[in-house]
Design a protein around this ligand. Structure first.
Ligand SMILES: *Cc1c(COP(=O)(O)O)cnc(C)c1O
Length: 463
């Protein structure tokens, strides 16, 4: 029945009974098919969105962002309360940052992390209370640090010995008291289902555990710096609690040692909670993760006979990833014969300029026909972009109905995180708008680029 079974599909991709099916974990909860079979998001049909805003189009479901922000916050609140502490959730702004999303997540009680002066300005432009911002980065400039201190950023996460001195000079000049944490590298690097634990991890972020006590001693000497605790972030798209447990254990050894020299009120264990991009991904509920991670910290503290600190977490992808859906129009279709079957290449009107993750990380995505339900048998498809690069892949492997034709709309789910922020103007393709949908209404939250925008920076054009 399925002619595609001889095709070069990866093992994880099963042939669906119906290539129009919607796997709940990858889509916003509002996604449904209309009575005509069209995909709708936030109560609006894909075709209506495209008629109003064009393609490619980045759609962001406001209700989904808010629901995930609120659920994450209450999951960590509940888990922390159970173990006699508190938990703060910071939205990692680098996943997707604009003033609207900052307002949504802050409304839902989250704090926000930024990692450059530019990200800081977006959060401030949104009217964010600077006291609820965390400032990260392994190379914050003096100007960036001065701005952060001046506006009253709640916590600066110090990454290196050099940064301590850079910040010390600023606070001694301004007479400010700045709350800081120290980012440590626990030697645990988690990715997806596995984690790697070494004595020394070979990467640029943070301070190795065995060098951190001396840096904390130095921070404590500086009058204008208030040491709040340790920070550790072990990676991204992590499933399960094992990596967090291993890392927390190592960081708690240092935390315990630091208690001899003064208070260590907090512990920040970073973000990285995994989401579903395809039907093969099965992330845990946020409640399960929160319970597991906080329990692991509580056990670690009990074993060392120390009080459990106030906890912080920094999810980015888990808040916005599944709230985003990108709509594209199919342009060309060709079947390419391979030794073990054939592959259908389906080109859409965007690509690596609006979603660099497949080219950058080999990331997997999924896709569905959005303009209607297809009637054909599932056929193995590779969705590609319009850029002059053979790695310009949007969805590496997917089964779509074999009657998809040029002019049809495709929807790619789970594009809410790390797509717009990593977008480019490669091949002078304008970046798409970001449109928020909610309860049948839509509005532009970041406008699309125009050709005039693209030409605007070219100093060789007479104006
Ligand atoms: C990127 C990052 C995060 C967020 O990671 P997600 O995988 O999006 O949850 C949190 N903390 C730090 C320090 C980061 O660099």
């Amino acid at each position: 029945m399925h002619s595609a079974v001889t095709s070069p599909a990866p093992d994880w991709l099963v042939v669906p009974d119906d290539a129009n099916d919607l796997v709940p974990a990858v889509w916003p909860a509002s996604v449904a098919r209309t009575s005509e079979g069209e995909l709708s998001i936030g109560g609006i049909a894909a075709g209506a969105l495209v008629r109003e805003y064009g393609t490619p189009l980045q759609v962001l479901d406001e209700g989904e962002v808010r629901r995930r922000a609120a659920a994450t916050r209450s999951a960590f609140d509940a888990a922390a309360e159970e173990h006699g502490t508190t938990a703060r959730v910071y939205y990692a702004g680098k996943a997707l940052l604009n003033t609207t999303i900052v307002r949504w997540v802050m409304d839902e009680g989250l704090n926000v992390d930024v990692c450059t002066g530019g990200e800081l300005e977006v959060a401030l432009a949104a009217g964010a209370d600077a006291g609820r911002l965390g400032f990260h980065g392994n190379n914050k400039s003096t100007a960036e640090l001065e701005r952060a201190v001046e506006v009253g950023v709640g916590t600066i996460i110090i990454d290196s010995a050099l940064e301590i001195e850079r910040l010390a000079a600023i606070v001694s000049r301004t007479g400010t008291m700045q709350r800081v944490m120290l980012r440590v590298n626990s030697g645990v690097h988690a990715e997806t289902h596995d984690f790697l634990a070494t004595a020394h991890e070979d990467q640029k972020f943070g301070t190795p555990l065995d060098a951190a006590a001396a840096l904390v001693a130095r921070i404590r000497e500086i009058e204008g710096l208030a040491f709040a605790g340790l920070h550790c972030h072990i990676g991204s798209q992590i499933f399960g609690v094992a990596g967090f447990r291993e890392s927390a254990g190592r960081v708690l050894d240092l935390h315990e040692q630091l208690l001899a020299g003064g208070d260590v009120p907090q512990l920040n264990l970073g973000g990285g909670f995994g989401i579903a991009y395809t039907r093969a991904d099965t992330p845990e509920a946020i409640e399960t993760l929160a319970q597991g991670i906080v329990a692991a910290v509580a056990e670690g503290c009990a074993a060392r006979g120390i009080r459990i600190p106030a906890l912080s977490f920094e999810p980015g992808r888990a808040i916005v990833g599944n709230a985003g859906v990108t709509l594209y129009e199919v342009g060309t279709i060709k079947d390419v014969a391979l030794e073990n079957g054939s592959r259908r290449y389906m080109s859409v009107d965007g690509g690596m300029s609006d979603n660099a993750r497949p080219a950058l990380y080999g990331a997997q995505f999924s896709a569905r026909l959005a303009s209607r339900e297809g009637a054909g048998e599932p056929v193995l498809v590779r969705v590609v972009g319009k850029h002059c690069e053979s790695g310009d892949i949007v969805v590496d492997h997917e089964y779509l109905p074999d009657d998809v034709v040029p002019g049809d709309l495709l929807a790619v789910p789970a594009t809410g995180a790390y797509c717009a922020p990593l977008s480019s103007n490669y091949n002078h393709v304008p970046r798409p708008p970001i449109v928020a949908v909610h309860d049948g209404a839509s509005r532009v939250i970041v406008r699309g680029e125009t050709i005039a925008d693209l030409l605007g920076r070219d100093a060789g054009i007479e104006r």
